[in-house]
Design a binder for this molecule. Structure first.
Ligand code: TYD
Ligand code: MG
Length: 458
């Protein structure tokens, strides 16, 4: 290394806008998260900024003995929206920081406006809007029928000004809409860049913990990588919620990915109406599509999200491929598992799909990450390939192993009970999930291998 390089010059680094990993030179793909074309050039943080960044989030304190610490169950403030409270684990916690992520236009601002309106009847609330003007927010509130509330509104994007307002007004709950519009003058980077988003969220988190305010921040999930996504700050905040669902359908799911104050993977369900979001307290049958007659390639799965069973239709379309590399596409399901399942299907059931395009989809924009979707996906594929509908009233779940075995899924009993309640007559399930006592109205077909499962539905 030449001596000349010791002289300080503005160093540039390349930061992934999806996950925040940084690299000394540009690369086409982020090695950390696998995202393509997500690296953006930024100025490397200066030494002062670094020191600032590593100040402790929760304030420093002397060393204590764990048993001597006077701690009590954190008090919660319910938001009054039952489905939202369910994913939060009962309500907002003092000094807790929540990140609400989701695609633009999915309803994040609407949800938080409704939540703050209801909260403002009990506690003081500050809504910081960096995206919409106060008039736009007020119009939306009137439209949703919550125009007359005590929510305080601040149209601001400068972090320092927001921190000042928090200091002066001392609200119990603050909403930041959104983290990508925030701008701290301590950094030279543009709003929405990884370093700005990280710095602003870290500062707000520190202040939230010091003052005991609950802060809820909105973060847009960005596809093109030009803005930093919520993932770059997931590790800083206490709770990470994601809004999912198809913007073309009315239903929206909120899922807790991380929750220091409650169960992760809990699910809340809303419907978007003309008057804002309405909670759906009994959503188990929402994600079934109604067919007039039995169709090939459709299989209903019983999935369990958090404490709540859901019945979701899995659809597959298998069609002769006209290119040497047949397409494999999955929407709402793990795409890596699709390749794996097709290999198991070939090896252990003798059904080849190497010359077929295979598409699979979970109805209604739901995302299913659990491996219990394997068996339903497999049956939907075979049903489409043979153009033969599965038996009417059938519900399925089960993980498929590489050796062709069917593995049990957690909370099988609850899934079966929900299916019986919704009128399903037959359940094809892993043998280990077979209930000890019969469930009224439900025939159980317990299987332990892929070929056995296929033979049952022939
Ligand atoms: P919004 O909360 O602005 O989304 P985000 O903050 O996540 O970007 O939601 C906008 C969408 O919701 C918009 O497409 C219109 C729709 N909407 C309704 O259908 N009904 C309503 O009452 C409101 C307020 C919005
Ligand atoms: Mg918004």
């Amino acid at each position: 290394m030449g001596a000349g390089q010791i002289v300080a010059k503005a160093k540039r680094i390349y930061v992934c806008s999806a996950c925040g990993a940084s690299y000394p030179k540009w690369e086409g793909r982020c090695a950390q998260c696998g995202e393509w074309n997500s690296l953006r050039e930024e100025a490397a943080p200066r030494a002062v900024e670094e020191a600032h960044r590593y100040a402790p989030l929760a304030g420093s304190s002397p060393v204590l003995r764990l048993a001597d610490i006077d701690a009590h169950e954190t008090s919660r403030q319910p938001t009054g929206l039952d489905e939202f409270d369910r994913v939060l684990g009962g309500g907002l916690v003092n000094g807790g920081v929540v990140l609400l992520g989701g695609d633009p236009g999915i309803g994040k601002s609407t949800l938080l406006l409704q939540a703050t309106a209801s909260l403002s009847r009990v506690v003081s609330v500050l809504y910081v809007t960096g995206e919409e003007s106060p008039e736009q927010v007020a119009l939306r509130a009137r439209r949703v029928g919550i125009g007359d509330t005590d929510v305080e509104l601040l149209a601001e994007i400068r972090l320092e000004a927001i921190l000042d307002s928090l200091e002066q007004r001392r609200p119990r709950v603050a909403v930041i809409d959104s983290i990508q519009t925030l701008y701290s003058s301590a950094l030279g980077a543009a709003p929405g860049s990884v370093s700005q988003v990280r710095e602003c969220v870290a500062q707000l988190t520190r202040v939230a913990k010091q003052m005991g305010v609950s802060v809820v921040m909105i973060g847009h999930v960005t596809k093109d990588g030009s803005l930093a996504g919520p993932r770059v700050v997931e590790h800083i905040v206490d709770t990470v919620l994601y809004f999912e669902g198809d913007t073309h359908s009315a239903y929206r799911l909120i899922r807790a990915f991380k929750n220091r104050f409650g169960a992760a993977n809990e699910l809340g369900v809303f419907a978007m109406t003309d008057h804002g979001l309405r909670g759906v307290s009994n959503p188990s049958a929402l994600f079934l599509s109604r067919h007039d007659r039995d169709v090939a390639g459709a299989c209903v799965m019983a999935t369990q999200e958090g404490t709540r069973p859901l019945l979701v239709e899995i659809q597959a379309l298998v069609d002769g491929a006209h290119v040497p590399n047949p397409r494999r596409l999955s929407v709402g399901l793990e795409s890596n598992r699709l390749a794996l399942l097709l290999a198991v299907l070939h090896r252990h059931a003798g059904i080849a799909t190497f010359d077929q395009d295979v598409f699979v989809n979970a109805v209604g924009g739901v995302k299913i990450a659990e491996p219990a979707a394997d068996l339903p996906v497999l049956l939907a594929i075979v049903s489409s390939l043979h153009n033969r509908p599965l038996p009417a009233g059938l519900v399925v779940f089960g993980e498929v192993g590489l050796a062709g075995e069917i593995r049990p899924a957690p909370r099988g009993q609850e899934r079966l009970k929900e299916a019986a309640k919704l009128g399903f007559g037959t359940a094809l399930i892993p043998r280990a999930n077979a209930p000890r006592r019969p469930i009224e109205g439900l025939d159980i077909w317990a299987v332990d291998r892929v070929d056995g499962a296929l033979a049952r539905v022939e």
